[in-house]
Write a protein that binds this ligand. Structure first.
Ligand code: NDP
Ligand code: GDR
Length: 377
């Protein structure tokens, strides 16, 4: 059944524009909105190789009558492009998920990160204002628990002060406040979702959970020897991305723009996630040593499976994130439904299939590229 316009009796289908549709969250959100009957437009970047792997299963041939998913080439660093796409698609709802989203990489590309993640958000808001679409178009900004950075209080809520600890977080802080400002200055229905870490089998391969689950699968299948990681003591509040895109949608359906924390309220160390993931393939990890000398060994064989590599340390780290999702529960009726153990099990299970498929698709005489199962970011 088609979704209809906010609060009205119109039978017109709602239209959404998702920036970052090719990313983890973009893919889950596009699925959700299509299932709700939306017409979905997505902004995708030009790439030298295919970059739509996460949405290929919902791709619709634009020549087909009734196709409801449309992709547009674009980039958050290109004002005219962003404005034109907003004008052409006339969205009722915009979900701004596009970002250079890797915290460690933002130290390497700080200016680009500020442009895409910070000014990119301004470009969208300005497009809505200049096109006089403020009354029609609602916007969701993908804000982040990284805003809390250096611990000020726990658990972190909508009222906890921000203290960003990376170029990524600083850029997202600008995006957060410019969203609030456009809401207050121009009466826009503009909202921030302050989302704590959320993962899935679609998570980018260089974020820590996916790096771990891929490595556990590759080690289990005899394709990798050792997993190299950075800070094992960092604590994160990890949920499932599918739950979080539902929360994004609920935020946008509120009568007014507002800011919400989405989190599970449970935190775990990276070390615990490693243990959980190896437990899925019946390996118990024994830890020994400290700091850069810490290693994780298979309790049964004594083989070293996990080592620390300082190259993955960040110049400034976020030590502890744990969110308080009470406001989201109260006003949105939203709660995380997936435990960390369930999330980790699903990711390992899927990566066992993915890695086996990857290995199978190589010719028997083909040499394994040395970087395939190497430890990247
Ligand atoms: P991903 O890194 O998986 O996806 C990011 C998306 O943004 C991709 O589609 C990417 O395109 C696109 N993108 C990157 N740069 C640009 C650009 N300059 N112009 C246009 N598109 C661009 O991130 P997630 O799906 O995990 O996260 C979605 C959003 O939520 C991000 O803004 C992230 O910062 C934020 N967030 C994520 C959290 C999480 O735990 N996942 C928690 C809190 C906030 P391509 O596929 O071509 O690279
Ligand atoms: P984060 O996610 O920085 O929280 O940002 P990431 O998975 O990259 O790191 C989580 C924690 O793990 C530590 N860590 C490592 N991280 C990576 N990537 N690789 C390693 O080898 C490694 N070893 C230890 C990190 O130091 C960190 O403490 C994610 C992104 O999705 C952001 O876009 C989003 O805003 C936040 O989550 C909420």
């Amino acid at each position: 059944m088609a979704s209809t316009l906010h609060g009205g009796n119109s039978l017109m289908t709602k239209t959404a524009l998702i920036t970052g549709i090719t990313g983890q969250d973009g893919a889950y959100l596009a699925e959700l909105l299509l299932a709700k009957g939306y017409e979905v437009h997505g902004l995708k970047r030009r790439s030298s190789s295919f970059n739509t792997g996460r949405i290929d299963h919902i791709y619709q041939d634009p020549h087909e009558i009734g196709a409801r998913l449309h992709l547009h080439y674009g980039d958050m660093t290109d004002s005219m492009n962003v404005t034109r796409i907003v004008q052409e698609t006339q969205p009722d709802e915009i979900y701004n998920l596009a970002a250079m989203s890797h915290v460690a990489v933002s130290f390497e590309t700080p200016e680009y990160t500020a442009n895409a993640d910070g000014i990119g958000t301004l470009r969208l808001l300005e497009a809505i204002r200049l096109l006089k679409m403020s009354d029609k178009t609602r916007i969701y900004q993908a804000s982040t628990s990284e805003l809390y950075g250096l611990v000020q209080e726990v658990p972190q809520s909508e009222t906890t002060p921000f203290y960003p600890r990376s170029p990524y977080a600083a850029a997202k802080m600008y995006a957060y406040w410019i969203t609030v400002n456009y809401r207050e200055a121009y009466g826009m229905h503009a909202s921030n979702g302050i989302l704590f870490n959320h993962e899935s089998p679609r998570r980018g391969e260089t974020f820590v959970t996916r790096k771990i689950t891929r490595a556990v699968a590759a080690i289990h299948l005899g394709l990798q020897e050792t997993l190299y990681l950075g800070n094992l003591d960092a604590k994160r509040d990890w949920g499932h991305a599918r739950d979080y895109v539902e929360g994004m949608w609920r935020i946008v359906q509120q009568p007014h723009g507002d800011d919400f924390v989405l989190a599970t309220g449970v935190t775990q160390t990276v070390r615990s996630f490693v243990e959980l993931a190896f437990a899925e393939v019946d390996v118990k990890i024994d830890w020994s040593g400290e700091g850069v000398d810490e290693v994780g060994r298979c309790a049964k064989t004594g083989k070293t499976l996990v080592k620390v590599d300082p190259r993955y340390f960040r110049p400034t780290e976020v030590d502890l994130l744990i969110g308080n999702p009470a406001k989201a529960k109260r006003l949105l009726g939203w709660e995380a439904t997936t435990t960390l153990a369930e999330l980790c099990a699903e990711m390992v299970r899927e990566d066992l299939k993915v890695i086996a498929r990857e290995a199978e698709s190589r010719r028997p005489d083909e040499e394994r590229p040395s970087t395939l199962y190497a430890n990247k970011s």
